[in-house]
Design a binder for this molecule. Structure first.
Ligand code: TYD
Ligand code: ZN
Length: 423
């Protein structure tokens, strides 16, 4: 059997091997490895989360790479149908249309298309669509809703096959999946094989600038192999004959960037926004070492603060629960060393997670209905990327005297009003 974990020795973008060792968050089980209470293993395998930065191209990465089929063949992460996410997906359609000029009948290919919600929006406008997603359980759902989806990892072969069967794509889109990919060169081979001469490749990733500025250490876990800046993406695309022609920042997943690339030979002039983000990154020091080391130190500081705050509340007899059971929540609780002694449960809207236990910490996941019957004094907001939506949805909880703890960038407690700062 092939090993489950491999060590990243040469950079997946530039091939370099001069690494800055940023920090380590210790060893934890896989963030989406929810456990069935009837079938809890005696020993959960755990893998290190060590953060490194390539001094050649400034790729930030984790050192230990889990074999992709272990992580992605059966996937519990389903694209959120929250208001925020639906709004974003609609905006994506407009942004892509503006750059690629999508006519009815044009082909749109999406990598990591999940259950097909994004592609369905293109299909509604008359585009032909095909999704490629390795999660067999999700591809089945997408196909059932009429969004054609191949249950495969995208790569050179898939790109060539789609081109041969369906023709060239005006748009190749990858939303929130590119950072999960180890062999990025194979994926870009596939993308360039299927991309029309005047086509656009649009890639959405969590933005490294937001991660560093907002202390989003809990987004660092095994599914996320890479943490991209525009600098590094631009360099990667260039090595495949692609040029960044535009960028957009978006609030989703705590702050993301969508980069639009075209074939260099198409001769498109980059929009001014590209140079603006390049200079922002330079100004913030992303091309030097210090900014990463500072982030590592701050992350450990926030981890200690969250741990002390929650332990203190539990010691005072307060009931604390988690709001949401996202991967980043599993990660945050692991890094903070918080378990069922401090958090009674996590409530989450995803039915696939109900009745399960969080990996590592083994905190039970409840449905929002169950949670309401057992309301805690404090909710630790693990799904902080939906803070605005959740706080407004939970106004009644706040009005009844409930409180939220928002863990990052610095832990703070939110009450009905006024909001009190802790820490
Ligand atoms: P998300 O941040 O998308 O995922 P991840 O960190 O795994 O990449 O996940 C948000 C989680 O929060 C998801 O499991 C659904 C849950 N959630 C709620 O329980 N209630 C809500 O109101 C919202 C918006 C999300
Ligand atoms: Zn590199």
């Amino acid at each position: 059997m092939q090993d489950i974990v491999r060590r990243l020795d040469t950079c997946r973008v530039c091939g370099g091997d001069d690494w800055l060792e940023v920090t380590s968050f210790g060893s934890v089980p896989l963030a989406n490895g929810f456990l069935d209470p009837a079938d809890v293993p005696a020993h959960e395998p755990a893998y290190p989360v060590d953060v490194i930065v390539c001094r050649g191209c400034r790729l930030m990465a984790i050192r230990h790479v889990i074999r992709p089929d272990v992580l992605f063949r059966h996937y519990v992460y389903v694209t959120s149908e929250s208001d925020q996410m639906i709004g974003h997906m609609r905006r994506i359609v407009g942004w892509c249309d503006r750059r690629a000029g999508l006519a009815p009948g044009d082909l749109v290919v999406e990598l990591g298309s999940n259950v097909g919600l994004q592609l369905a929006l293109f299909q509604e406008r008359g585009q032909r669509v095909v999704g490629v997603d390795p999660a067999e359980n999700l591809a089945e759902i997408a196909n059932a809703r009429g969004v054609r989806t191949l249950p495969e990892f995208f790569g050179g072969d898939q790109g060539r096959r789609v081109a041969a069967e369906l023709g060239q794509a005006k748009l190749v889109l990858g939303r929130q999946c590119f950072a999960h990919i180890d062999d990025v060169h194979n994926v870009l081979d596939g993308a360039t094989a299927v991309l029309a001469p005047d086509g656009v490749l649009a890639i959405e990733v969590p933005y490294l600038v937001d991660l560093l500025q907002e202390n989003q250490f809990d987004t660092i876990y095994h599914e996320h192999l890479s943490y991209y800046s525009v600098h590094t993406l631009g360099r990667l695309f260039e090595s495949h004959g692609l040029r960044l022609v535009d960028v957009e920042r978006a609030a989703v997943h705590g702050g993301s960037v969508v980069v639009f690339a075209a074939r260099a030979e198409a001769g498109r002039e980059p929009a001014p926004a590209v140079a603006q983000l390049h200079s922002l990154e330079r100004q913030l020091g992303l091309l030097d070492d210090e900014v990463y080391l500072d982030f590592g130190a701050r992350a450990h500081d926030v981890i200690a603060q969250v741990r002390d705050l929650v332990r203190g509340l539990a010691a005072d007899g307060k009931v604390v629960a988690g709001y949401g059971a996202p991967s980043k929540g599993t990660t945050l609780l692991q890094f903070c060393g918080l378990g069922p002694a401090e958090l009674r449960f996590c409530s989450d809207t995803t039915s696939l997670k109900h009745g399960k236990l969080l990996p590592g910490t083994r905190i039970p996941v409840r449905s929002p209905e169950q949670a309401r019957a057992e309301e805690p004094d404090y909710y630790l907001l693990l799904a902080w990327n939906y803070a605005a939506e959740i706080l407004s949805k939970e106004e009644d909880f706040l009005r009844r005297g409930g409180r939220f703890i928002i863990p990052i960038p610095q832990p703070r407690v939110v009450a009905a009003r006024p909001a009190a700062a802790v820490a």
